[in-house]
Write a protein that binds this ligand. Sequence first.
Ligand code: SAM
Ligand code: SF4
Length: 318
Amino acid sequence: MIDRLGRNINYMRISVTELCNLRCRYCMPADGVCDKKSHAEMLTEDEMIAAIRAAASLGVRKLRITGGEPLVKKNIVSICKRAAEVEGIEEVCLTTNGIRLTELAKPLKAAGVNRLNLSLDTLSAEKYAYITRIGSIEQFWAGFDAAMDAGFDKLKINSVLIGGFNDDEIEELAKLTMKYPIDVRFIEMMPMYDSGDFKEASFIPYTKVLEKLPEAEAMPPDGGVAKLYRLPGALGNIGLISPINAHFCAECNRIRLTSDGKLKPCLHSGDEYSLKGLDYEEMRAMMESVIWNKPEWHGDLDAIHRSRAGRNMNEIGG
Ligand code: SAM
Ligand code: SF4
């Protein structure tokens, strides 16, 4: 569906849970979800599928399942399978920290998930344990291997750029594209409601990646939000995602649905519209009006002007 500013909204990101088996410092508090919602407040599987049907009837063609960590959701395979079967949905992608892929990569592939994005901010076991607070990088790599074995091609690795933490690893992370047929995408850290103790110097611009990779050549865009580059001889692309320094609001094609049923027309806006308890027709009408009125842009956003989302990333679905 085309919004009032002429943008074609054809992409919905659904967070299926705000819970996670990691505690990344820029994403969620050390103790996990502080204000855990009751089961009754969360969307049921049937409500999620009704929302996907409503979105598809309005022109959404691509879905991204995210969280929190989507693979800690008990019924994740069934949600993915039913989502992939909704008429009009052409692509189901999933973003995960990869930890549970050893068990779930094959079932997800069989359920119709087309593509996976895996999050990895560092190649160092110590730094991985630090940034995730409780994670083990061996589990990540086991999950990565499981995804490759299950036949997921076009895997993407997402790395959040964190000044003073992984800016010294940009070259090494980028070189993963020489070893594997995958894309590595660097994402500017967004100053969420409570993105840990990161100070201004931690928020580094995507241009830092280009400074570190002078040999990278620009590639034609593929319709996504990442600016694409490639190292000579590489098997995959480097993607640069800049929600802060080169925001893409004018081309934004997405809406978001949180696990407690809040439709968010913009990641960084406090505007939320509840779908919980609505039937299909009511959801569709609500979605139509929310899409039409999608905000023009996300407003000032930097280490000082924090996101007005009023939620941390795990509660929205990054
Ligand atoms: N748990 C899954 C994972 O980590 O891939 C999916 C949810 S996570 C919220 C989705 C993505 O958001 C991850 O790639 C994560 O690194 C990113 N993210 C979380 N907090 C962020 C922040 N403050 N700024 C930028 N990206 C963030
Ligand atoms: Fe969990 Fe993903 Fe947030 Fe890390 S980024 S705490 S893995 S939801």
